[in-house]
Design a binder for this molecule. Sequence first.
Ligand code: NAG
Length: 809
Amino acid sequence: MMTMMMMVVATMVTCSSLFLLGLAAAHVSSSTVTRTSSSASSSSSSSSSSSSSTSPRMKLSYKELQQFHGVRRFELERSCCFSALLLDEERGRLFVGAKNFLLSLSLDNIAKQEHKIYWPAPVDWREECNWAGKDITSDCVNYVKIVHHYNRTHLYACGTGAFHPTCAFVEVGHRMEDHVFRIDPSEVEDGKGKSPYDPRHNAASVLVGNCDELYAGVATDLMGRDFTIFRSLGKRPSIRTEQHDSRWLNEPKFVGSFWVPESENPDDDKVFFFFRETAVEAQGLGKSTYSRIGQLCRNDMGGQRSLVNKWTTFLKTRLICSVPGADGSDTYFDELRDVFLLQTRDRKNPLVYTVFSTSSSVFKGSAVCLYSMNDIRRAFLGPFAHKEGPNYQWVPFQGKVPYPRPGMCPSKTFGSFESTKGFPDDVIQFARHHPLMYNPVYPMSRRPIFIRTNVDYSFTQIAVDRVNAADGQYDVMFIGTDKGTVLKVISVPKESWNNMEELLLEELEVFKNKACFKCFSLLALFSQQQLYVGSDTGLAQIPLHRCSVYGKACAECCLARDPYCAWDGTSCTRYLPNTKRRFRRQDVRNGDPNTLCSGDHHKHRIAEKKLYGVEGSSTFLECVPKSLQARITWTFQKHPQNRREEVRLDDRILQTDRGLLIRRVLKRDIGIYQCHAMEHGFTQTLLGITLELVPSTPSFVSNLPSDAPVRLDPRSGGGPPMTNQKLWYRDFMQLVDHPNLNTVDQICEQVWARRNTGGDQVGKDIAPLRPAVRPPNKKWKHLQEIRKGRNRRTHDGKPNPRAPRSAGE
Ligand SMILES: *[C@@H]1O[C@H](CO)[C@@H](O)[C@H](O)[C@H]1NC(C)=O
């Protein structure tokens, strides 16, 4: 059965200098996934003990990003599915493959200076596609899924072409000024084995070498049954994987593909494929998905008598990303979603960052796992997985492995064979029957570096930036989710490198369409501090950091622990390691403002506010910390000279997420309140509020009907408890729901307005407060004046000149 997996991935590692200039990676995947049956290995569905539920430190909404943080957007009418991204720093362009279009956007601002090529599928292909039972509007069109740099003047792009894969050379000129962006119709060619047929299918490809060989993991038939890893273009022969052999590939979903040199000798170069597939070694235990890494040699020419035009160096093994469960057995994140290779100084040893999600319907979660090339190479040098016959188990192969060992590239470095065509028959036969390694690859330090469980989203993409901070290097992970958000995460060593602390610095709502059917967010990271994200509805460009958002104080900047940001003496700004500034402070590892910000002569001034409460009425002291991880405490002092004491919370004084609610203000409540944020062992004062009291006269209280605030607390005696409880609850909810009602006027006005528009179930109780029979009370008059002042539509005339002034005026 064809799976409904809708993840589509086109990962691009570009050739030559472009790779060195920037981190170029583009990924697409959609979130619509049909769950395969729970794998045997992940049958322990117990939630892991290391599951984390901490919230992000900062959460920026779509609106906030749009209004204050320089997010740029690109959308295109009658197109969608901006799935393939390619960065071109030299030309300053972002090339994008989308539905029926190939785009060239400005890297500085994707919303400006677009060039586009309309590239639809020909009408006869569309009709053919439609006859084959596909949908004419959603399937039988050209989705451009692959865009690579080809040579100095051309890109190579491929699309689904209405289930008729097609590729083209795209002329982009030598320089940006050339303003060339076109497809020469004579340079359009068959895209079979390069682009998927089905818009929902996965493909991973890489163009390597002298910009001439394309390696693609893709389905090569209309029905999406024959999957292959295929080499095309260039001078080397076209080579594919063995057909109809489930040991080689078994319903794979390709995720990424990379070219990695193994020595100084190009003959040792390897191409790696990342995918997930139905595990052949777990058959009999139900259908399980395993994540894989596969390798092959660039100089593989296929076999001579056997495996002709097939890979002779293809090997694969399992990638494990798991956590120990509560019951001792491991819980697996078994579905690989994306891979990002972080280049290090050693070109041969990039760090392999991956994101996984679970296929289990019981245990839902996502994880980031990090692998080293050394561990990957070790697995390929380990024992081969072997199965004697249909009724045997998979075991490590114990016999004599022929020479040269399958998986080794023919080269002078490791042997004397010049070509795979010269490999002895026993080597070819062994390679054909043993593509699978017995040992899996475990992540570094054997566990994920970042986990989310029990959240309403899954990770789908990752891009990683290595950032130099004052106290060392940090790998900042940008993780895309199927909810349209991007998480910014770092992992900081606590005491040792084996004990890491994961910090979720930001959660950015890049796309709004949370409920969209196949939204994929996609990432590309760039040396110019920009992140480019694609979805089915559009593209977004976001700066990597927003230092000023952390606050105006040294402590706030320090507590943020963002490797991109430092306190420069006056504000929180971008940290650049090689610029010397006297007051610059940064401490990502400890985030300790006590040591970092002491003697900060640019002292942070505490905001001061005045608030009036009506005696016996409720009032709300609002204080929302910038950091969602801060714990708020409130202190109180009667007079500035008094000692500060912690506010005692009880039924009357409640602390909410957004501030302090005093349900019934008493005389003794007046004084100075301070709101303190405690985070990471450091306390800072955010706000001082001086509460003053507007007295309510005794007559007011005695004349009040049964729902008077003073008697809202059922335990304060009097009043019919049932109705009052209900009313009190409503007041409370109102205050919590409307945290901006931070003045007593507004609060009272709200209550007042509600009463006047009454006529509801509590109508009888509030009758005495209706305008006609309003008690002759000064305070209420005053409040009404305010109301009139704000609402000129009130019918009964001018403000009363003798209206009493409130105590604070
Ligand atoms: C790049 O490749 C295209 C397509 O094969 C070719 O027409 C063009 O001349 C090449 N450009 C360079 C600079 O080699």
